[in-house]
Design a protein around this ligand. Structure first.
Ligand code: FES
Length: 242
């Protein structure tokens, strides 16, 4: 079975139709439409550059790792928070569709992950330049600390609250990456993504660049198997500090 993006978009369109139909209330009025959740996402283990599993208990407070998920060419940002994340955060994706942020995993449920792609104008964590980073102190765009900042136009997100927008022009939170922690092995798995419309726009905007960097056939493939998670400075040549 192929796992390329085109097929997944077709399946998602079918699912969207089904959801919209099911959401019609008894009076014929449309009910809430829920955020797109990646269908049949890969369960991908996070490993370091040598292929050794990332252990949840080994992560330090405020440590950040960058990995590609759910697709081979879409960056994601993992953070080990130094505080308890909020629970039951209800929010909306870039399409205005509702979802409840699933929260974090591991010790204290403090390990969280989001797409490293800004919903405002799609600046992202690229291998040459990282427009997004996690800042533990105030930034040039806001007094908030312990936030994810997009240096392109100053959108600021709170990773402890589902990446809700706390400053700047972004219309929606960063897309959430769902994680799983295996308490037996202490390993971390990426298991899905919410708000996947963002990835559709991302691939349209950067098709030429992504094809060149990842290859014509590989650039739209799912990130299956082990995925390498690196420190921001190891993933990107230039991590913008704003
Ligand atoms: S692209 Fe991130 S703030 Fe504009």
């Amino acid at each position: 079975m192929t796992h390329d993006l085109d097929r997944r978009l077709f399946l998602k369109a079918c699912a969207r139709t089904a959801i919209a139909t099911a959401a019609l209330g008894v009076a014929g009025r449309p009910g809430p439409v829920f955020a797109d959740i990646l269908d049949n996402p890969p369960r991908s283990r996070l490993v370091d550059a040598d292929g050794a599993p990332i252990r949840a208990s080994a992560l330090e407070d405020n440590q950040t790792l960058i990995f590609n998920y759910p697709y081979k060419a879409t960056p994601a940002l993992l953070i080990r928070l130094d505080r308890d994340p909020a629970e039951g955060v209800s929010t909306r994706d870039t399409e205005g569709h509702e979802y409840v942020w699933p929260g974090g995993v591991g010790p204290g449920n403090r390990i969280v992950a989001y797409a490293g792609i800004c919903p405002h104008a799609l600046s992202y964590i690229a291998h040459d330049t990282a427009f997004l980073h996690y800042a533990t102190g105030p930034t040039s765009f806001s007094d908030h600390d312990h936030v994810i900042v997009c240096c392109a136009h100053g959108s600021v997100y709170d990773p402890a609250e589902g990446a809700r927008v706390v400053a700047g022009p972004a219309p929606a939170p960063l897309a959430a990456i769902t994680l799983e922690h295996d308490p037996q092995t202490d390993e971390i798995y990426a298991t899905g993504a919410i708000g996947t419309e963002l990835f559709v726009r991302f691939y349209k905007a950067y098709k030429r660049e992504l094809r060149k960097e990842y290859g014509r056939k590989a650039y739209k493939k799912l990130a299956e198997g082990d995925v390498v998670a690196l420190a921001p400075e190891a993933y990107s040549e230039d991590v913008l500090d704003c």
